[in-house]
Write a protein that binds this ligand. Structure first.
Ligand code: ADP
Ligand code: MG
Length: 246
């Protein structure tokens, strides 16, 4: 369902992604691991065009875009691809002046043009799904970090994305709040939601992912089934990285 081909990203003259090829099947859960600064966030941000790739192509579902230096991409094309994705950031990014429910309703109303009454029932349904039935009318500053992140997940799901992109969704949380967010993601993974998760929670990655992608210095060093990557890493760089967590 997703095919990324030779994805290159440069910032000024620094090349951060050196030609990445990634294929993801519908319903697959991919965990992306790797050292800090290796390009994991840049890769996710390229997938929903928060960063414009320098070269390469991205196909998600029935939308295909290819990129070349100095080639302009029409806003309409950008919106089409972005509409296939939902993004969850490390630092929640909820609208502070809106309740949990309003945060979830906003996208479907503004972008998809659905009626307020349908948006309300969608938002209520999703907030129940992430375990926040009682917090629908709370504002972000009345919620814990874990609750805010679950609202952010519900908000991303409200757009019915083909693929959910999660960039270190638990790394801004106090340790005691990590579990509730992981439980929400675990539940989505059991459903049929296609997901790409950047995470430092290696035991979680191992448990929840169908496939692990190890990135270092803007390249895919190794990828495979969790048990293969964690138990029998083939590349020295992967071994070194995993040893630090043992
Ligand atoms: P990771 O998420 O794996 O920690 P990032 O994708 O955030 O890594 O960063 C990869 C590299 O790209 C880093 O060297 C970082 O400094 C650089 N980088 C990321 N975003 C920008 C930007 N907007 N402008 C310039 N350099 C950037
Ligand atoms: Mg990052």
């Amino acid at each position: 369902m997703i095919q990324v081909t030779n994805l290159v990203k440069r910032f000024d003259d620094q090349e951060v992604l050196h030609g990445m090829d990634v294929t993801v099947k519908r319903g697959e859960v991919l965990a992306i691991i790797g050292p800090s600064g290796s390009g994991k966030s840049t890769f996710l941000r390229c997938l929903n065009l928060l960063e414009l790739p320098t070269m390469g192509s991205i196909q998600i579902d029935n939308v295909i875009l290819s990129f070349q230096e100095h080639k302009r991409i029409a806003d309409r094309e950008i919106r089409k691809l972005r509409g296939k994705t939902g993004m969850v950031f490390q630092s929640f990014h909820l609208f502070p002046h809106m309740t949990a429910k309003q945060n979830v309703m906003e996208g479907p109303i503004q972008v998809k043009g659905i009626s307020t009454s349908r948006a309300v029932s969608l938002a209520e349904h999703l907030l129940i799904q992430v375990g926040l039935k009682d917090k629908q009318d709370a504002y972000p500053d009345q919620l814990s970090g874990g609750q805010q992140q679950r609202v952010a997940i519900a908000r991303a799901l409200a757009m019915e994305p083909e693929v959910l992109l999660l960039d270190e969704p638990t790394s801004a949380l106090d340790p005691e709040l990590v579990g509730e967010v992981l439980a929400t993601i675990r539940q989505l993974a059991k459903g049929n939601q296609t997901m790409l998760i950047v995470t430092h929670e290696l035991s979680f990655a191992r448990e929840v992912a169908d496939r692990i992608l190890f990135i270092d210095q803007g390249q895919i060093v190794e990828q495979g089934r969790p048990q293969d990557i964690f138990e029998y890493p083939q590349k020295d760089r992967t071994k070194q990285f995993l040893e630090r967590f043992n």
